[in-house]
Design a protein around this ligand. Structure first.
Ligand code: PLP
Length: 386
């Protein structure tokens, strides 16, 4: 069997083996329902509380402001739709950007059908929205601004703290939601310092299993729950809690944040190492800002004259897994709104691949992937150019 080199970590990550062991132990031994009043229930409840405390420590918030959901998508939905519906008396205007994940964009579209008005802000050619653009879009009837921390397709980083400051200067009542699904685990994110009222994260992007998400809700923020039911988690999110998933997310997050600085340095070095090796190739463009001005784990490459899907499969034949544009929205072929928004020429829209790294990747893997690209790209071009 050929060695697998997994460079699709923005789509999902491998669960840390220790995290998977913890999941197995909870599912087979500590399987109680946290709502049960007997010992098994109390044990499960304790796990949940512990998980919230661990994640709260990382975000420097209180555990009582954290809620577990089923995924990043649900956290985004609950934050945006829940807030919009609960606060519509104050206004019906919402603001976001054109490069958000479908979990945000589609929620905004659904709210437009309910009578909300949404402003979709443009980004610059590096995929960054300027704080002044956000400030200029604020209105008296604006109730919520939703801006992602790290873009999933090109790794652009948004000036979250600056945007938070400008929003609150204009009107402290305007709520600020941040989709941190790609940023959590790769950057220090402090909701209070950054004036964030709502923050979404997802377990499977940080080496925990699929099926668990996190939502931070600041004190005093009104949300209308999207899942009516048994009233778990203070009524914010009904449904029996995924205790194993929650504990796993906390465990993996702690492991990442215990070594964050050195891991991030290593990711940036791996990213630079790969880009450096591609320098000799003509017609390959790295999207987004250079170096530490972009996320440490995302490399978006537009490759003139080669279809992304063909390149993806040619890499796959050598055991290198990447994605075409963004894989985490769906497998329907579509032209990326993010790539369009940064002004990618039409012929490069379906010629863009994304390589995304994790702390589990090694220099050898990067070198092998780079060598594969250096060989495959000229080869494929030879057969498409005639
Ligand atoms: N937001 C961003 C920026 C993402 O990259 C993703 C997933 O790819 C999501 C939201 C959705 O997260 P989940 O897959 O946990 O639903």
């Amino acid at each position: 069997m050929i060695n697998e080199i997994y460079l699709d970590n923005s789509a999902t990550t491998q669960c840390f083996p220790e995290t998977a062991e913890l999941v197995s132990r909870i599912l087979t031994e500590e399987y109680g329902n946290p709502s049960s009043m007997h010992h098994k229930g109390v044990e499960a409840e304790r796990r949940l509380t512990q998980a919230k405390e661990t994640l709260a420590d990382i975000l420097k918030v209180s555990g009582r402001n954290l809620y577990f959901t089923s995924c990043g998508t649900e956290s985004d939905n609950l934050a945006i739709a829940g807030c919009a519906r609960a606060n519509q008396r104050a206004g019906k205007h919402l603001i976001t950007t054109v490069i958000e994940h479908p979990a945000v964009i589609e929620t905004m579209h659904a709210l437009e059908e309910e009578g909300f008005e949404v402003t979709y802000l443009p980004v610059d050619s590096d995929g960054v929205v300027s704080p002044e653009t956000v400030a200029g879009a604020l209105r008296d009837d604006t109730i919520l601004v939703s801006i992602m921390h790290t873009n999933n397709e090109i790794g652009s980083l948004q000036p979250i703290a600056e945007i938070g400051r400008l929003i609150k200067e204009r009107n402290p009542k305007i709520l600020f939601h941040v989709d941190a699904v790609q940023g959590f685990g790769k950057a220090q994110i402090y909701p209070k310092r950054m004036k964030i009222d709502l923050l979404s994260a997802s377990g499977h992007k940080i080496h925990a299993p699929k099926g668990v998400g996190l939502l931070y809700v600041a004190d005093g923020v009104k949300i209308r729950p999207t899942l009516p039911g048994g009233g778990q988690q203070g009524g914010m999110r009904s449904g029996t809690e995924n205790v194993a998933g929650a504990a796993a997310m906390a465990f993996s997050a702690k492991r990442l944040y215990d070594h964050l600085e050195e891991d991030v340095d290593r990711l940036y070095a791996l990213r630079a190492r790969l880009i450096e090796q591609l320098q000799g190739l003509d017609g390959v463009r790295v999207n987004g800002k250079p170096g530490r001005e972009s996320a440490p784990h995302v490399i978006s490459l537009s490759v003139q004259g080669v279809r992304a899907e063909v390149l993806l499969h040619a890499l796959e034949d050598r055991g290198v897994y990447v994605s075409a544009g963004s894989a985490c929205s769906s497998n329907r072929p579509h032209l990326s709104e993010t790539l369009k928004a940064i002004g990618t020429p039409k012929e490069l829209l379906d010629a863009t691949i994304r390589l995304s790294l994790s702390v589990l990747n090694t220099e050898e893997e990067i070198d092998t992937a780079a060598a594969a690209l250096l060989e495959i790209i000229p080869f494929l071009r030879k057969y498409t150019r005639h």
